[in-house]
Design a binder for this molecule. Structure first.
Ligand SMILES: C[S@@+](CC[C@H](N)C(=O)[O-])C[C@H]1O[C@@H](n2cnc3c(N)ncnc32)[C@H](O)[C@@H]1O
Length: 238
């Protein structure tokens, strides 16, 4: 099948996402894998503050999918901190064209992100911030422009959930290197989670070394399996 050119990241010779229905894929792989259906259900445990980390912001498809998911959850007064990183930021025009296929489902969210992203001063390293006021509460995007390891080391508070969404380990081994995964483990609360679409042995071993117990789960859109992990208490993982 021919891949539309706007979905290819030529630097990594890989697509931004593998499936046509990548908003639904995000919900299956990343949100279900992170237990969000229970955590953010209106009748669930009622978390009001939550910190998410993401490796590989790309065009912000996961962020858009998360905003859409949270809007539908029925919860209110949430405060979500979404900490992401991008080494090679796309332009706002390219972001819009990558996200174009999702416009029928999440058009207003795409417009909100693209307009706010367009106002960021992208060149130069460091944090950028966009605040989304939504029916569920507030989500603050903290976007680090630079290398993933720098971003993770800069975090002062550990995350409750990580979305590992760099390109696949064959195309982009740097975003899966053990040093980075170890650092992610250090910046995850005990009982916190990680989720990713790759089940590669090196990724599984890296996450286990970083203190996660990992489990393969049913995949989505033709992918047989995906991975989720739970951070073990410090003494159990030593
Ligand atoms: C698969 S795309 C991300 C897709 C994105 N999460 C989305 O939902 O649209 C992976 C991204 O990781 C970025 N990236 C690759 N290596 C990186 C690194 N070492 N540090 C930070 N970002 C990196 C790439 O530039 C690319 O934009």
């Amino acid at each position: 099948m021919e891949v539309p050119p706007y979905l290819m990241n030529e630097r990594y010779d890989d697509r931004y996402f593998d499936v046509v229905n990548a908003i639904e894929e995000a919900k299956h792989v990343f949100f279900q894998g992170s237990g969000f259906m229970e955590i953010f259900s209106a009748t669930g445990p009622g978390r009001k503050e939550f910190r998410i980390g993401e490796t590989g912001f790309g065009a912000g498809r996961l962020l858009i999918a998360l905003l859409d998911f949270l809007d539908d959850c029925g919860t209110t007064d949430m405060s979500i901190s979404y900490n992401s990183v991008e080494l090679h930021p796309v332009t706002s025009e390219r972001m819009a064209s990558i996200l174009e296929g999702f416009r029928p489902k999440v058009g207003p969210l795409i417009d909100q992100l693209v307009q706010a992203y367009d106002r960021l001063e992208l060149p130069g390293p460091g944090w950028r911030r966009i605040v989304f006021n939504r029916p569920f509460g507030v989500l603050t995007l903290n976007l680090w422009i630079g290398e993933a390891l720098e971003m993770v080391r800069t975090l002062t508070v550990p995350c409750d959930a990580w979305f590992l969404d760099g390109h696949g380990p064959k195309k982009n081994p740097s975003i899966w290197r053990p040093e980075l995964l170890l650092s992610i483990g250090e910046k995850t609360v005990s009982g916190g989670t990680c989720a990713t679409y790759t089940v590669a042995g090196a990724v599984r071993r890296g996450l286990v070394a970083a203190g996660f117990s990992v489990e393969q789960c049913t995949g989505f859109g033709g992918k047989k399996s995906v991975l989720k992990g739970v951070k073990l208490p410090a003494q159990a993982s030593e």
